[in-house]
Design a protein around this ligand. Structure first.
Ligand SMILES: [Zn+2]
Length: 335
């Protein structure tokens, strides 16, 4: 095209300066035209791409934070992973919203922790009437020992479990890195069955996360073997599996983290400290509880934070950050 242009200019017999002006001008115009065409093509491409992404990406719903973190770690960017119980909301007493029902109605896959943790789910799934929905139970095949909560107070095991039925054992399995690994494997295998096209990605992503979980388990083993049989008190019955895995003893004073402890709870903690060689008190991070603080002073035991991961950041790496802090605090408390 440019040669043709030059030929034309030659034929017309223009003087050299005019030739150059015309040549530069025509180059300028053609580059603008080319640029515009290019830009329009790019925009069209992007629009098509995002439409494809939106319609083709698998819609995966998860129930609450740990399940979200593990699913997001396995799915990466090939699926849209959403969470039903937003961080900051208590999953134990969660009431489903109409938005939750709508989300389940259009999702392809729903991943739950299972073991009776998500009491709100059965009715919500029923109301969503999504016959195509694939439900994944992350705890499938995980054998949890019956809740043998040790308390020093008047409470019986039955009273302890009134808020959610632990008929299938204590559901806080994600806090044990070995059970967490099994959950990631379950999620990976179920995602591959539900969405075989992305099999390789699920496998690669899961392998990297499992490697980190194995390293974490190793860190816990190496660190906590220095303080065998360490007995600690929690105000959330969430760490029983973690304690069993690393030969520690959790004494749960209450099942759920409470804003205000009752005088009975305080007495239970005092009794436990008298009865067992309790090394430390643990409460949820960010909880500024005056009663807990004064209790720890009265008992002469340091109060450390221990994160149940029911709340926190929506980044798969958050699991490792929080668990490493837990290990540091357990190790400090058990010293
Ligand atoms: Zn809990």
């Amino acid at each position: 095209m440019h040669n043709k242009q030059r030929d034309k200019i030659k034929k017309n017999g223009l003087n050299p300066l005019k030739k150059w002006i015309i040549l530069i001008f025509s180059l300028f115009v053609s580059s603008i035209v080319a640029g515009c065409t290019q830009a329009r093509e790019n925009t069209d491409d992007n629009a098509t791409q995002s439409l494809v992404n939106k319609s083709e990406k698998t819609q995966i719903l998860t129930t609450f934070l740990p399940v979200y973190l593990f699913t997001k770690a396995v799915a990466g960017d090939v699926a849209n992973v959403e969470i039903l119980v937003p961080p900051g909301t208590d999953v134990h007493d969660y009431q489903a919203t109409p938005d939750n029902v709508r989300a389940i109605a259009t999702a392809k896959i729903l991943v739950k922790n299972g073991l009776g943790m998500e009491e709100f789910l059965t009715d919500t799934v029923k109301n969503a009437e999504n016959s195509q929905l694939v439900e994944i139970d992350a705890s499938k095949g995980i054998k949890v020992i019956d809740d043998d909560i040790v308390t020093a107070g008047e409470k019986t095991e039955k009273d302890h479990n009134h808020k959610h039925e632990h008929s299938q054992g204590n559901p806080h399995v994600w806090l044990d890195p070995v059970f967490a690994k099994q959950q990631v494997i379950n999620i990976r295998d179920s995602l591959i069955v539900a969405d075989p096209e992305n099999k390789d990605i699920y496998q690669t992503n899961a392998a990297a996360y499992i490697q980190e979980l194995e390293n974490l388990n190793n860190d816990f083993q190496q660190t906590l073997k220095k303080t065998p049989n360490c007995t600690f008190i929690t105000f959330h019955d969430a760490f029983i599996h973690l304690a069993k895995r690393y030969q520690l003893q959790q004494i749960a004073v209450v099942e759920l983290p409470e804003d205000q402890l009752s005088p009975t709870d305080v007495q239970t903690a005092i009794n436990a400290v008298k009865k067992y060689k309790v090394k430390a008190l643990f409460s949820e991070p960010g909880v500024d509880n005056k009663l807990l603080n004064s209790l720890s002073q009265d008992l002469n035991l340091t109060l450390y934070p221990l994160n149940s991961l029911e709340n926190g950041e929506k980044n798969p790496q958050y699991y490792f950050q929080a668990m490493k802090s837990n290990l540091e605090n357990l190790s400090a408390g058990c010293k």
